[in-house]
Design a protein around this ligand. Structure first.
Ligand SMILES: CCCCCCCC/C=C\CC(=O)SCCNC(=O)CCNC(=O)[C@H](O)C(C)(C)COP(=O)(O)OP(=O)(O)OC[C@H]1O[C@@H](n2cnc3c(N)ncnc32)[C@H](O)[C@@H]1OP(=O)(O)O
Length: 260
């Protein structure tokens, strides 16, 4: 797989470091998502691995979220495969038995934010130019219920309601104030801090921590598992609407124009 190069390293500490490296902006294409899920599955099945730190190898960007081109002008078969891959990635990450720490070293909108929110702990570089949030509403699309559930479980209902309705992208200091990220550190200290947090979480017996994590997350995971096919149908019917296609095309054009 060429597009999403994910470097993995399991040290003596039992910690893997996964670095997103899919230029220019680590957007979550079908290929990226598939590779990410396979990598997570391999780590999950590796008894030597107890934790994973997720970060980006690219400067300034953690992940730009779902690859919008995967949702524009494609067939129903493609939308089905793509959305199943998005679901699979989340089910694996949110349901992981490993300790998961996001070292957010750049902007992280929408699907990128979902990845960070699905981890056990988020540390973000304290650069106010970096922002994070579920900004779907700004694109004229709606965050699915399991994106929303994940967001609510981190920041609570009121903050989630306002942030999702406005499609807010929160600069790092604001994200920290809202509880969207747990800590801010200077960028050069990010990995050191992530390793320290990981060591703290791994100091506990795995079984107790894992059972507690399952207890906290099971209801939200089960909800998607129970409604997976319906969720795919909803996605297809939503994304196939001409009005939604138009919004997505306009958004892509806006991104391109911003450069010139
Ligand atoms: C009922 C159920 C309904 C379900 C509905 C669907 C729910 C969908 C759920 C989640 C949706 C998403 O995740 S959508 C993605 C949202 N992401 C964004 O809004 C981010 C957009 N990108 C940016 O803001 C910026 O690119 C950046 C801040 C991430 C980086 O800025 P920078 O200036 O460094 O880079 P450029 O803007 O010049 O971008 C470079 C290059 O990449 C292309 N690009 C950027 N983001 C995406 C993306 N998400 N998908 C595809 N392509 C992307 C951008 O157009 C540039 O391309 P060119 O070089 O060709 O111009």
């Amino acid at each position: 797989m060429a597009a999403a190069t994910l470097a993995r390293r399991i040290g003596r500490s039992g910690v893997a470091v996964m670095k997103f490296k899919s230029p220019p902006v680590n957007s979550l294409s079908l290929e990226f998502l598939t590779e990410f899920s396979i990598s997570l599955e391999k780590l999950e099945n590796n008894r030597a691995c107890r934790g994973v730190i997720i970060t980006s190898a690219l400067p300034k960007i953690f992940s730009s979220g779902l690859d919008i081109t995967e949702m524009c002008g494609k067939s129903i078969e493609h939308y089905t495969e793509f959305w199943r891959a998005v679901q699979e990635m989340w089910l694996r990450l949110y349901g992981s038995n490993m300790v998961t720490v996001a070292a957010v070293n750049g902007s992280s909108p929408a699907g990128g934010c979902l990845i960070a929110l699905s981890c056990d702990y988020r540390i973000m570089a304290e650069n106010p130019k970096f922002s994070i949030g579920l900004n779907e509403a700004q694109l004229g699309i709606v965050a699915p219920f399991w994106f929303k559930d994940t967001f609510v479980n981190v920041v609570g209902h009121r903050i989630a309601e306002r942030s999702l309705q406005l499609g807010s992208l929160h600069p790092a200091p604001e994200a920290h104030k809202l509880g969207l990220v747990d800590e801010l550190v200077p960028e050069e200290k990010l990995m050191e801090k992530a390793a320290a947090v990981m060591a703290q979480w791994l100091a506990l017996p795995d079984h107790a921590r894992q059972l507690t994590k399952t207890m906290m997350r099971k209801a939200v995971l089960d909800r998607l598992v129970a409604h997976r096919e319906e969720d795919i149908k909803n996605f297809i019917s939503f994304v196939s609407k001409e009005s939604i296609q138009k919004s997505l095309r306009m958004y892509m054009e806006m991104l391109k124009k911003k450069k010139s």
